[in-house]
Ligand binder design. Structure first.
Ligand code: 13P
Ligand code: SF4
Length: 349
């Protein structure tokens, strides 16, 4: 694991990263995308990092793929593409860059490497994991196959490369129902998120059996809390991620992937919205939607929040934290991920 003191000492030798209000002013076009949520003093701290990252990206022909849960200075300041897991996987497949810096969690970087084995994929912090990815191994998939012989395995992209390699097809929160429906089987195994599986089962004609994993961020929401909030504010629109328990999803006006949630709020422009998902989602769209007031009883993902401008700059500078996937495992995992992408494209998702 990289040590913060070492990161700082290394960066100090190459850049002047002290807070710079003049540079912040010069870069006010970027700041305009986040000024509702980032105070000017903070922007003066971030601006030197944003500039240094931008320069290195050009020198090294690198792109930064940023998940929707990144903090605003990453999401608006340095990411070349932002999106949900499916959108980022598709970008990793298409990009012509030599280096991908994954501003997200480890399974996303592995997915990029699986889809673009010839590219260098860098993780700003290798400890940015995911409770879902940690909940199952390839042996868990084998156990499910023994329990339900002949049933196809649909694994959420929030899994390791080994688990993807042991699965028939992947899914994300934006295509899970359509993938399950498209399979020619009456019983489908979904791993590792029990809530995503239950939410799919509630809308599907199939029997969906599942692994007992969960997301430590979304499992914290309760239907009682949402009902109490709606009672206090009957006009609020509640928008939830499908990693939430089914009784929470039942209280929502809309359920979708992080990309789907952003699209829904942009298109519907509710006066007040509560995004039942990770904290940064509301922050990242607040400036583009000044007419929407966001209620924020949010839960933070401790893994996503390991990614910082400082660590992005460090891995870009040094090339450290390269993500490596065993080629034989990557080849098998690629089949499951590409099946998902091809089917999603065919279905127009
Ligand atoms: P999305 O694919 O909806 O972005 O979800 C990824 C994730 O980790 C949500 O917790
Ligand atoms: Fe994993 Fe949940 Fe964090 Fe998403 S929010 S990366 S599912 S722990």
């Amino acid at each position: 694991m990289l040590d913060t003191t070492h990161i700082r000492e290394t960066l100090e030798r190459h850049f002047d990263l002290s807070p710079d209000p003049d540079l912040a002013e010069e870069m006010s076009d970027i700041y305009a995308r986040m000024k509702r949520v980032v105070p000017p003093a903070d922007w003066a701290i971030h601006a030197p990092y944003v500039k240094a990252i931008d320069t290195l990206k050009r020198e090294k022909n690198a792109v930064i793929l940023g998940h929707n849960y990144m903090t605003p200075e990453i999401y608006h300041g340095v990411a070349d593409f932002v999106g949900d897991s499916l959108q980022l996987a598709m970008k990793a497949q298409e990009t012509e860059a030599d280096i991908i810096v994954q501003a997200g969690v480890h399974f996303m970087a592995e997915t990029s490497k699986i889809l673009s084995p010839e590219k260098t994929v860098l993780m700003p912090d290798m400890a940015a994991g995911c409770s879902l990815a940690e909940s199952i191994t390839a042996e868990g998939i084998a156990e499910m196959r023994r329990r339900y012989p002949g049933a196809p395995v649909v694994s959420y992209v929030n899994t390791t490369a080994e688990v993807k390699a042991a699965s028939d097809i992947c899914c994300t929160s934006s295509n899970a129902l359509q993938i399950v429906e498209a399979l020619e089987a009456d019983t489908v195994i979904m791993t590792p998120d029990r809530y995503l599986a239950q939410n799919v089962a509630n809308q599907s004609s199939k029997r969906v059996v599942f692994w007992e994993g969960s997301c430590i961020v979304h499992e914290l929401y309760t239907a009682e809390d949402l009902r109490a909030y709606r009672e206090h504010d009957p006009e609020v629109k509640i928008v939830a991620h499908p990693e939430c328990p089914p009784e929470v999803v039942a209280e929502a006006d809309f359920t979708g992937s992080t990309g789907g949630i952003i699209r829904w709020v942009e298109e519907n422009r509710p006066r007040r919205a509560m995004l039942v998902t990770e904290c940064s989602m509301a922050s990242n769209i607040a400036d583009a939607l000044p007419d929407v007031e966001f209620a924020k009883p949010c839960n933070m993902c401790p893994y996503m929040k390991k990614i910082t401008l400082e660590k992005i700059l460090y891995v870009l500078l040094t090339g450290e934290n390269e993500v490596v996937v065993d080629p034989e495992i990557a080849a098998r995992a690629r089949v499951a991920v590409e099946r998902m992408i091809d089917l999603s494209k065919k279905l127009g998702l």
